[in-house]
Design a protein around this ligand. Structure first.
Ligand SMILES: NC(=O)c1ccc[n+]([C@@H]2O[C@H](COP(=O)([O-])OP(=O)(O)OC[C@H]3O[C@@H](n4cnc5c(N)ncnc54)[C@H](O)[C@@H]3O)[C@@H](O)[C@H]2O)c1
Length: 337
């Protein structure tokens, strides 16, 4: 008798095998470090997490709140940010969790956010640049920046630069930039910042932005040597979050179905970031790239090239410098070669 497809999938042996496989795969998703076993307390410390109203960012903020930190959720939406702050307060028992609005894709919004922080906060010990988008259509912002680059890279660059003195004053302090394993598929072309020479196919633009995150972080760490402020980039893993919201519904469906068994939850995705931001073991590590299992990994070649690192930082400074004054010879329009 011919064997039907349904005979195979309803076969109890096959079902048990699949369940065991799923359990094994799930258990492999977890790294060796568990935030619950980490005794570090953050009472008296202040932390900012961008994009903290959902996904990985929300669980990072929740962890910091549970450790007693004053946590600032830097979010774009007042409604979603307020709901997240209330939820985190409730789940952590820490009322010192506050919302501050920021749109990382707008340099003006980032400047206003940083000005409020500098006015209201005496110290800042942890800055997690987590906010990010993937797969958004081509767009140019009010600052004439490509929209994905503005949100994922240039806004966070400016935010960090504006808060750097406060971080130095509060040292020891840590900057954690949430990048991605996708940075290995990115390419360096500084004309991308202005939306030139880009191909919009699935996550291609996102990959470039995530490569620039690592390049910037490494140069920042180099410049911060001797200050007791560290800067590292982290891959959280493949995590089922709302990051796919801009993709075709079929891709989202496949991602979510695969995610049920093979990908991390937002809580699991937050682990490598929390490790980098609070663990004793990472206190003195700077200029490194952490993989999703909390191990150190060499980043893409471009992120280890001193010439590219220097160009990256200099160009980001130039395009975030604000309106030029008369006689200012700097040129924000010509990207480095
Ligand atoms: N989910 C994954 O598999 C995965 C893998 C690698 C890296 N990452 C990175 O992790 C970080 C968090 O992503 P996630 O998976 O939790 O996705 P998510 O979409 O659930 O969360 C992203 C957060 O960023 C915020 N955000 C987006 N644009 C913003 C803007 N202009 N201003 C302020 N906030 C903005 C969103 O509101 C949201 O809170 C991102 O940097 C992402 O690139 C995610």
């Amino acid at each position: 008798m011919p064997c039907e497809f349904t005979d195979i999938i309803y076969n109890p042996v096959w079902i048990v095998f699949t369940l065991i496989l799923a359990v094994v795969v799930r258990s492999q998703r977890k790294g060796s470090w568990n935030p619950c076993d980490c005794p570090v307390q953050l009472k008296g410390k202040t932390a900012i997490v961008t994009g903290a109203n959902t996904g990985i960012g929300k669980f990072i903020a929740l962890d910091f709140a549970k450790r007693g930190a004053r946590v600032i959720l830097a979010c774009r939406s007042e409604t979603r940010g307020t709901a997240a702050a209330k939820d985190i307060q409730q789940r952590s028992g820490n009322q010192n969790v506050h919302l501050q609005l920021v749109d990382t894709s707008s340099l003006d919004s980032v400047r206003r956010f940083a000005a409020r922080i500098l006015e209201e906060e005496k110290e800042l010990h942890i800055l997690v640049n987590n906010a990010g988008v993937s797969g958004i259509p081509r767009g140019i912002t009010e600052d004439r920046l490509e929209a994905s680059f503005a949100t994922n890279h240039i806004g966070p660059f400016l935010l960090t630069s504006l808060l750097l003195d406060l971080l130095k004053k509060s040292a020891p302090a840590r900057i954690v930039n949430v990048s991605s394993v996708n940075h290995f598929r990115g390419k360096v072309d500084f004309s991308h910042f202005r939306g030139e020479n880009l191909t919009y196919l699935l996550d291609t633009v996102y990959n470039h932005t995530k490569l620039h995150n690592v390049i910037w972080t490494n140069e920042l760490a180099r410049r911060l040597k001797g200050t007791d402020v560290t800067a590292n980039s982290v891959h959280p893993g493949a995590v089922v979050t709302e990051i796919m919201r801009h993709y075709h519904w079929l891709l989202r469906l496949i991602f979510n179905l695969v995610g049920l068994f093979f990908l991390k939850s937002s809580e699991e995705g937050a682990v490598s970031v929390i490790y980098c931001a609070v663990a004793e073991e990472t206190l003195d590590i700077s200029g490194k790239y952490f993989d999703s299992d909390c191990s150190l990994k060499l980043p893409a070649l471009a992120a280890r090239d001193p010439a590219i690192l220097a160009k990256e930082y200099e160009y980001c400074e130039r395009i975030t410098a604000g309106p030029r004054t008369a006689g200012d010879a700097s040129d924000p329009d010509t990207p480095p070669p």
